[in-house]
Ligand binder design. Sequence first.
Ligand code: PLP
Length: 393
Amino acid sequence: MTTAVDRSALMHTYRDPSVTFVKGSGTRLYDAAGKEYLDFVSGLAVTSLGHCHPAVADAVALQARTLEHVSNLYGNTLAPDVASTIDRLIGGGEERVGGQVFFSNSGAEAIECAIKLARRYSGGRGANVVSAFGGFHGRTLAALAATGQIEKHAGFEPMPAGFSHVPYDDVDALVDAVSGPGVIAVLLEPIQGEGGVVVPSSDYLRAARRICDESGALMIVDEVQTGFGRTGSWFAFQRLGLVPDVVTMAKALGNGFPVGACWAKAEVAAAFGPGDHGSTFGGQPLAMAAVRATLDVMERENVCERARVTGEYLRRSLLTLPGVKEVRGEGLLLAAVFNNPIAGVVAANAESAGVLVNPVRRDTLRLAPPLLVSNDDVDAAVGVIRGVLRSLP
Ligand SMILES: *Cc1c(COP(=O)(O)O)cnc(C)c1O
């Protein structure tokens, strides 16, 4: 519904929204009129446990009454604990890998940390980071320079130096680029999320690992969107049987609390010493309480398995829709590709009918429901989309 909210004091970086939400619970969102929406966007792969998960809400509320914030000049009890959990999840969940974590407040900041770490680790051997066309790494200047959607650079030049791009899923192009002078790191998403849920061939990231091993470049995997069970494993790189040197994460990490993290192998992390990098808020108690509760529930609820099983159900359901020629993605990060550029109108009509999906490309709908979504909710969402497709002229 249209609301009387005056947005004139907000910078116009997003189009005027068609709906304004006032409340969320589980898979549901509510607007001011009380209309209910089934949320298959999840704040863009953020609220993986659903909206206002009680365990996360309680942990944040309790922490807000106990200790909200102290400077990183001092210690808090939560950040070291959460970092060791992340290090364990990087290894698949059983045992710690022995890497280290820097906490940030967003995905772009996690990327900034990874880039600075790679430069410091290189010891001046070079400064060039190779990433992929179509890739997305955030909107701060260095993250934007790494972002391979070049149209997003327009008007913001000069971009910081030290970034180049190669076609995604093209091993030869990566070999060529990395053999160039001064390349210190390769930065790739395991699945390009913002780029349209593009899944590379299963050998691409393994080849990237090999290329990095041979050249000495660091392999940075951007798991900001794919991490924490979204694709059916804690991190998407895990099903490929490789370990990156650096992993960036954010989105689902706090189930809606703004928080990011950059993990690195111990040897790489050791390139940072006191004073080299920092953040006022990164790792502060309130954020860490949200993360600790989120990861705790994720482990207890077996979200990886849930994402795999329900993801397969959603994939099969989407393939029954008229006009869908392909379903891409893994786990519960899926995209339905239509024969025609109708994704925008389908998403708009689905929204009117109470289902949120994201038209990530003109012909592609992205679906990223909460990982705890039921098959009944999947049936309801796909049913609405089917009705929308049937009613199109
Ligand atoms: C969303 C996203 C980012 C940027 O995260 P912000 O929190 O918006 O800064 C970076 N990388 C990937 C893969 C993303 O999907």
